[in-house]
Write a protein that binds this ligand. Structure first.
Ligand code: UT7
Length: 323
């Protein structure tokens, strides 16, 4: 029997503390005007001291499980996308597994930076399609504030902390009109490694390091590579941009989001935007945006949702979901 992954629940969590652009401008040579005009960001949430990636992940997961009506014990797979794990090892997913009361199956982390959620979703969807998992939790959780150089205005104003999660369940594939993950499309090109990286790590410096980015080059790549991935996802499902109900993009820069929306000919109301309030939460941005738009009733059952992201590696990808 052919299988598909149904989406049965979704949840998000943001740390309590909000830091505005004006607050950053008090200690940094920047301004609210510059940040808003160049990025669309107005504020970001920052994790409290001692609040870890696993804490954000657990809270988002609990909300997603509650929405799905599923207990942690019923899960047989957790794939957690993060660049900012609690520890170098073990996988943060295993800590969350224990906290949720899941004792069987397997839990592991996936690292594809800002594309992490699309990667994690692809892994979980393929586990389900292969019959290797029945009920899967896909999480994107980040404490990016911990790997920022707070003296580098070209990067530190861009990111925020948060987590989002999706619960998937195996169901028989019946054909066109099926709800769930329709397809996932992943890419990477390691030649662009130096374009966006962290200048530390266990094998190189034995320090955590800070984010370094050639923002202009990343921007240029994002615009054309994301457009290609989106076209690929639509073509694979014999759909066109006119079929899309919602574009839920990774939230890195408002100008990148607008450019993809324009290329697809989508009206602004069909694009879910959270960057103004969340900033770039890396692997968490898409599930946070999905949780917000599904939670407030914008995304409804049966609608077609396109997600896309690009991040360090470079990595990028897109996926079509029938909600
Ligand atoms: O999620 C992972 C993927 N990441 C991305 O997709 C990020 C992609 N890149 C971007 O979003 C944009 O390139 C940035 C927002 C990072 C930068 O915007 P930009 O329009 O490309 O600006 P720029 O880097 O070309 O810098 C323009 C000017 C520079 O000054 P000069 O050299 O023209 O005098 C910067 O020093 O803006 C200056 N600048 C700032 N000024 C005030 C850079 N950061 C700031 C700042 N406040 N925070």
């Amino acid at each position: 029997m052919r299988l598909r992954s149904e989406i049965i629940g979704c949840g998000g969590y943001l740390p309590e503390r909000i830091v505005t652009n004006a607050e950053l401008a008090r200690s940094l040579d920047t301004s609210d005007d510059w940040i808003v005009q160049r990025t669309g960001i107005r504020q970001r949430h920052i994790a409290a001291e001692g609040e870890l990636c696993s804490d954000l992940a657990r809270r988002a997961a609990q909300r997603a499980l509650a929405a799905a009506g599923v207990t942690g014990a019923e899960l047989d797979l957790i794939v957690l996308a993060t660049t900012t794990p609690d520890n170098t090892f073990p996988a943060t997913a295993t800590k969350v597994q224990a906290q949720l009361g899941m004792t069987g199956g397997c839990a592991f982390d996936v690292q594809a930076v800002c594309s992490g959620f699309v990667y994690a979703l692809a892994v979980a969807d393929n586990f389900i399609k292969a019959g290797q998992a029945r009920t899967a939790l896909v999480i994107g959780s980040e404490t990016f504030s911990r790997i920022l150089d707070w003296h580098d205005r070209s990067t530190c104003v861009l990111f925020g902390d948060g987590a989002g999660a999706l619960v998937l369940r195996a169901a028989p594939a019946q054909g066109p009109g099926d709800r769930g993950v329709l397809s996932t499309h992943l890419h990477s090109d390691g030649r662009d490694y130096p374009m966006l990286y962290v200048d530390g790590g266990p094998s190189s410096t034995q320090t955590t390091g800070s984010v370094r980015m050639d923002g202009r080059e990343v921007f240029r790549n994002a615009v054309h590579r994301l457009a290609e991935a989106v076209d690929e996802a639509l073509a694979a499902n014999r759909l066109t941009a006119a079929d899309i109900d919602w574009l839920v993009p990774h939230q890195a820069n408002r100008r990148i989001i607008d450019s993809i929306g324009r290329k697809l000919g989508l009206s602004a109301e069909k694009v879910v935007v959270t960057i103004d309030r969340h900033a770039n939460t890396s692997a968490a941005s898409i599930p946070l945006a999905l949780a917000e738009a599904a939670g407030d009733g914008r995304i409804r059952a049966g609608q077609l949702v396109l997600i896309e992201a690009m991040g360090g590696g470079l990595t990028w990808g897109a996926s079509l979901l029938r909600w």
